[in-house]
Design a protein around this ligand. Structure first.
Ligand SMILES: [Fe+2]
Length: 166
């Protein structure tokens, strides 16, 4: 795997985790999920929440997905030696949706978020002010609790695929 960026101090890695064709297929699966499978997330709570941050986006966890969709996402999941894939989820942002400053829960040892489209939207790593623009198949892999990060209100419909490993 080609690592595009590694910041040891911040313990996250930015890399292409899925090839374009696979990421495009994943987006198709996400788009085909019926509306009733999505859960609206509109509140961040401590310890995830930072500085009274807020959020507004749709979430579909693996228990809300049909089995064949879970199987597909499992089949394309990046593998890490000595880590077990524990959870799969898709986040969907409609235009204007956002995810305010937060830290991921440290229950999982690895938190991988993969962009399923190219766009000018993306993730801001607040701790070092690095903006990671969406690039299809590119992901940010955070070890443990990691840096504070956020998604500003998006200008385009946006999907991200989340893999949590323990
Ligand atoms: Fe996060």
């Amino acid at each position: 795997m080609k690592v595009l960026f590694r910041n040891m101090g911040m313990t996250y890695v930015i890399s292409k985790y899925l090839d374009e064709e696979t990421a495009f297929k994943a987006k198709k699966y996400a788009e085909d999920l019926e509306d009733t499978r999505w859960v609206r997330r509109s509140q961040l709570t401590p310890p995830r929440q930072i500085d009274n941050s807020s959020c507004a986006y749709d979430f579909c966890g693996h228990s809300q997905m049909p089995k064949y969709v879970v199987e597909f996402f499992k089949s394309i999941a990046p593998q890490f030696e000595e880590y077990r894939l524990a959870e799969i989820a898709i986040n969907r942002y409609n235009v204007g949706d956002h995810l305010g400053k937060h830290r991921d829960v440290d229950y999982y040892r690895k938190n991988l978020v993969i962009a399923l489209q190219d766009s000018n939207d993306g993730v801001l790593i607040e701790d070092n002010n690095e903006f990671v623009k969406d690039s299809i198949g590119q992901g940010i892999c955070i070890d443990g609790i990691g840096p504070v990060h956020s998604v500003a209100p998006v200008n385009n419909k946006r999907y991200s695929l989340v893999y949590l490993y323990e």
